[in-house]
Design a protein around this ligand. Structure first.
Ligand code: AMP
Ligand code: MG
Length: 350
């Protein structure tokens, strides 16, 4: 691929940026979840270029981004009342719905599936780009395949400078982990990926929601995940990661007992001073899962610029946004997890 001169646009320059999409080019787009790598979702050649720029396997489908829920019926064959109930409550926002697709959606977007992932993002620059482009925008996260997702323009440029025509710098992402994915073609609806809209919030609207096994355990040999992306190693820094689960104090003590000088540690702010001689990345306070979600990808990404040869990570419980933070850390660790005995208080919360 010939290197491109990647232009950085301000949010005031969205109409120029959106013109890139209209002529079939690739554009980095800020959203509230992570930065996305966008192309015209109805142009198969433009969509193919996304896979090439990321080094993304062809069997991993993309999400179509739309400016309003009333675009759903253009691309989805059946839009059940549940979809409108979710859109009413959570759109624009960090929720992707899997629905039956119409034939107008190119195969390259859906990796040949008869379903398509649909999302209406909530970032003023993303919304302005979508409106100006006038097409549904296919966009996965803007990282090189396998690396942590970018949560600011600089991180996306680390991976994509010279490979895309432009990027809109919309500042740091407010949510920090990718969208929640709910499969509405399954009965009951099935959570495929935890994200900024929590399982608890989905259940409040939908009633029963099943949780796909791939959310919290590795796939067994030959098992086919419902979200094809779940089968790939993801979000991983170069050094291997070990997640330590248990009460924050016990996990911190365990990590202290294991570390060697120069190791990397991802920990809650309360414990950041406890690892002298290590490369420490704070996730923010143990109680603040919103901050942990905002910081987790930058923390994982930061180790690639250090000489850390192994990384230890504290992890929140799986309640609310904790499920998404845990999922990203577990996947970065290839599900290499040390589970400490739980104390009475934690057991009561399970
Ligand atoms: P991205 O957010 O970077 O990484 O990629 C989109 C995610 O959505 C991947 O994990 C895909 O496997 C998932 N996805 C997209 N379309 C579908 C679909 N039709 N059915 C199930 N999962 C999907
Ligand atoms: Mg991704």
């Amino acid at each position: 691929m010939r290197p491109l001169n990647t232009r950085v646009f301000t949010p005031e320059q969205v109409s120029e940026a959106a013109a890139i999409l209209r002529r079939g080019g690739l554009l980095g787009i800020p959203t509230e979840t992570v930065y996305g790598l966008g192309a015209d979702g109805l142009n198969p050649d433009a969509v193919k270029a996304i896979f090439a720029a990321k080094g993304r396997p062809q069997d991993n489908p993309l999400i179509l981004h739309i400016p309003t829920a009333d675009w759903l019926e253009r691309y989805c064959a059946e839009v059940p009342p549940q979809a409108y109930a979710l859109a009413e409550r959570f759109w624009p926002g960090p929720l992707t719905m899997i629905l039956r697709r119409r034939p107008c959606v190119p195969d390259v977007v859906t990796a040949g599936l008869d379903t398509v992932g649909m999302r209406c993002p909530d970032h003023p620059a993303a919304r302005a780009v979508l409106t100006a482009a006038g097409v549904p925008v296919a966009a996965p996260s803007g990282n090189t395949s396998g690396r942590p997702s970018p949560t600011c323009a600089a991180h996306m440029l680390e991976d994509m400078n010279g490979k895309i025509e432009g990027i809109v710098d919309g500042g740091p992402c407010a949510v920090g982990v990718e969208s929640t994915i709910i499969d509405l073609t399954a009965v009951p609806p099935r959570l495929l990926r935890p994200g900024g809209v929590s399982l608890e919030q989905l259940r409040a609207v939908l009633g029963e929601v099943a949780v796909d096994g791939a959310v919290s355990r590795p796939l067994s040999a030959g098992e086919r995940p419902r979200a094809p992306g779940m089968k790939y190693r993801h979000y991983a820094p170069r050094a291997p990661v070990t997640v330590v689960r248990g009460s924050p104090g016990a996990a911190a003590a365990y990590i202290r007992s294991q570390i060697r000088p120069g190791d990397g540690v991802i920990c809650f702010e309360e414990f950041a001073q406890e690892y002298p001689g290590c490369v420490v990345e704070s996730l923010g306070s143990a109680a603040d899962k919103g901050e942990q979600a905002r910081r987790v990808f930058a923390a994982l990404r930061s180790f690639d610029a250090t000489s850390a040869v192994r990384i230890w990570a504290q992890c929140p419980d799986e309640v609310e946004l904790g499920l998404a933070v845990c999922n990203r850390l577990n996947k970065a660790a290839g599900f290499h997890i040390v589970q400490l005995p739980m104390d009475a208080e934690q057991r009561a919360g399970e």
